[in-house]
Design a protein around this ligand. Structure first.
Ligand SMILES: Cc1cc2nc3c(=O)[nH]c(=O)nc-3n(C[C@H](O)[C@H](O)[C@H](O)COP(=O)(O)O)c2cc1C
Length: 260
């Protein structure tokens, strides 16, 4: 069958139209991909930024604490513009040589496992509170470090408590006057404040400030810690924040945020 000039023209118009629609379609879908790609890229960067901020806050506090500890200087580890200080003491930041890889989660009930390694319960609570309030995060670090072994720490803490040890701190808040509220988070140790937290209250006169207390524990709750802090800081307005079981700390974020 012979195809005439007219038919040839028709066919080439159809082919051209088909070609164009294929090009338009593929252009669209690649644009879609590009935009969904950029969406997920921006999601990823948001996650990265928020992950970074959470980690970098504790990382910065920790490295500031480290450099302060190393240099022995009294430089402040918290340096923001907030009138709220969120101070915390946690076992993990005060452990001899850190924790070995794959540390047993049962014997180390006080540890939260995160992507970046381990995090203390009180630290986790403090980070949530700092995020919620915009308060400056401050890690109380002690010259007196504790063994990685849980039972050894428990025994040492008891001994230190009996001996009334007040370990020197390696991190210090130079601008305490600029804060009107001090939120403090720490673990219940033998129904009491850990000794470095006594040292913290010994170091600062918090008269006229609000102190809000957060305790993490494995059954004892606040014990007498709030009353003890009232005795240590008689001119401050000391109130209960929240007592959070260590094992439930990771699931208590909403409750922690609401409590402030
Ligand atoms: C030395 C020591 C003593 C403790 N004493 C108590 C206690 O008397 N009552 C209690 O409920 N939990 C006690 N615990 C458990 C911790 O309070 C609990 O695991 C807490 O979540 C640890 O927080 P952290 O990860 O910030 O150190 C003790 C833990 C340690 C290491």
């Amino acid at each position: 069958m012979k195809i005439g000039e007219k038919e040839m023209k028709k066919i080439s118009v159809i082919v051209l139209a088909l070609l164009m629609s294929v090009m338009v379609f593929s252009g669209c879908s690649s644009q879609d991909k590009a935009s969904s790609g950029s969406d997920s890229a921006s999601e990823a960067s948001v996650q990265e930024v928020s992950g970074q901020s959470a980690d970098s806050v504790s990382g910065e506090a920790a490295s500031a604490a480290e450099s302060v500890a190393e240099s022995g200087s009294s430089e402040s580890a918290a340096a923001g513009n907030s009138t709220i200080l969120v101070a915390y003491f946690t076992r993990i930041g005060n452990t001899d040589g850190g924790f070995p890889e794959g540390v047993d989660a049962v014997t180390s009930a006080s540890i939260q496992t995160t992507d970046g390694g381990y995090k203390g319960n009180a630290q986790m609570i403090a980070e949530v509170l700092s995020d919620e309030t915009g308060g400056d995060l401050f890690a109380i670090e002690s010259e007196e470090i504790y063994p990685a072994d849980y039972d050894a720490t428990v025994n040492k803490a008891k001994q230190d408590q009996n001996d009334g040890i007040r370990p020197a701190l390696t991190t210090h808040v130079e601008n305490m006057d600029s804060y009107d509220t001090v939120i403090i988070a720490f673990p219940n140790w033998w129904g009491d404040l850990p000794m470095p937290v006594y040292s913290f209250f010994d170091e600062y006169d918090l008269a006229g400030k609000n102190i809000k207390v957060y305790v993490t524990h494995e059954g004892s709750g606040f014990s007498d810690t709030v009353d003890t802090i009232k005795e240590l800081e008689p001119q401050a307005d000391v109130t209960e924040g929240l007592a959070v079981r260590g094992g439930e700390a990771a699931d208590s974020e909403a409750e922690i945020r609401e409590s402030i």
